[in-house]
Design a protein. Structure first.
Length: 429
């Protein structure tokens, strides 16, 4: 699963303030913008839940765990992190370009079976409104820790369909950029875009493009925030971590006291850690077995059950500091296993005017850093297109994460509740 692929970029997500300044051409002027004006993102009708949007949001979380199960198969006892949302969102945009017989299959793979193309667009716009609007604090806007940016790179020899460009901008805030895939300029433009939209964390992603590449759809997602209840650095102590590959040492951060949000059943202990500006991260510790088995068995329904059955308890959490950076992951085989049929020839007919296309590669690179102050996470997903519950315990809990555990980083949407942004396992801090 870990191999460097000659590819096209498919990086995750939204740009609230879109501007040509983000995509200045090189000195030879080889890069330009397909100009379309954007309609406003769709705001929620408070007090009224849209069933199609709720279905799509739940499907995105289901997709997160199904894709995670496929990807983690080859990781063994290594650490693992990825952003399912960074894959889901661009695939949702490609529903608009898929050949008719592939639309239903793609919607099914995305967990959106039974809703329409218009519904998935509306759902994406609603999610982006919730996830990327500036948070309101006492009537004042303040820093949003989450950035989601979308773009599509199109070869200058072909013409992007204007209806796709308009839909992509209106519902996904996706910018359209002309490049020459036969020159180094395209590689430099894509890598510069990836770095700019992940605060320099994802760099040198693309080395070259396949000769027949005509388009690259890109999504970048970046999150950085401090804990609402920060760990005290003086409480951090070094101790043993019982990894499946053998014992090692880790530095454990401590939370201890009353009124902690907690969940426990016969299979797991779980605790959500809140960030200052909304969002949070669930730490999920299996009672038996490894973190890989836990991630492989997780479902959106079980995640919802955990969230619905937390309670306030006194206890102690010991959590190791950890930092994970994956090598480039090949997503193609896993996406095909989920039913994504866009790797079949002529499956993408609504993207450019001249030729039908199909995906030839799909990759992602992701990282996460967790310490006493907070969490930073970033991911870039790349796809290339070519022509051709138990009762609350009666005693204080102890959740000692000194063996492999799972994490789920999420933010909130109105219809869908906690929307999964990143997930993974820590086998070795």
């Amino acid at each position: 699963m870990r191999k460097t692929v000659v590819l096209v970029l498919f990086i995750g997500a939204l740009l609230l303030a879109f501007s040509c300044e983000l995509f200045n051409g090189d000195n030879n002027g080889s890069i330009s913008i397909v100009n379309v004006n954007a309609n406003a993102l769709l705001a929620p009708s408070y007090g009224e839940v849209d069933p199609a949007v709720k279905t799509a949001a739940a499907g995105a979380n289901d997709f997160a765990f199904r894709l995670g199960k496929e990807l983690v198969k080859d990781y063994g006892d290594k650490n693992f992190v990825f952003s399912p949302y960074s894959v889901w969102l661009p695939l949702a945009a490609l529903v608009n370009a898929a050949e008719s017989q592939h639309k239903a299959a793609l919607l099914g793979a995305l967990g959106a079976r039974g809703i329409t193309e218009d519904d998935i667009n509306k759902a994406a716009s609603r999610m982006l409104y919730d996830l990327t609007n500036a948070r309101d604090e006492g009537g004042r806007d303040h820093y949003n820790p989450l950035k989601i940016v979308n773009a599509i790179f199109v070869d200058k020899r072909v013409t992007l369909r204007r209806d796709f460009a308009q839909t992509y901008m209106d519902f996904y805030r996706g910018s359209s950029i002309n490049v020459d895939f036969s020159t180094r300029d395209a590689v430099d433009a894509v890598n510069r875009w990836a770095s700019n939209n992940t605060e320099g964390l994802i760099t040198d992603l693309v080395q070259q493009f396949e000769p027949l590449t005509l388009s690259a759809i890109a999504n970048a997602i970046y999150f950085s925030d401090r804990w609402s209840w920060e760990f005290e650095p003086t409480d951090t102590k070094e101790d043993v971590f019982h990894a499946s590959a053998g014992d090692s040492r880790a530095f454990y951060m401590l939370h201890e006291g009353p009124n902690q949000t907690y969940y426990e059943d016969s299979k797991v202990q779980a605790i959500p850690l809140a960030f200052k500006h909304s969002a949070g991260m669930y730490i999920v510790l299996p009672k038996t077995g490894g973190a890989e088995a836990l991630l492989s068995s997780m479902t959106s329904e079980y995640f919802a059950e955990i969230q619905s059955n937390t309670f306030q308890a006194e206890g102690k959490l010991l959590l190791p500091r950890f930092s994970i950076e994956n090598d480039t992951m090949d997503l193609k085989e896993s996406l095909e296993a989920l039913g994504v049929s866009l790797f079949e020839e002529n499956s993408i007919t609504g993207l450019i005017q001249e030729y039908p296309l199909y995906l030839t590669a799909a990759v992602q690179k992701a990282l996460i850093r967790v310490d006493e102050k907070g969490t930073t996470a970033a991911a870039v997903t790349v796809m290339a297109a070519s022509n051709t519950s138990m009762p609350p315990p009666n005693v204080p809990f102890e959740m000692i994460c000194n063996r492999p555990f799972m994490f789920i980083l999420y933010d909130y949407t109105y219809e869908g509740g906690a929307q999964i942004l990143f997930t993974g396992i820590v086998n070795q801090p």
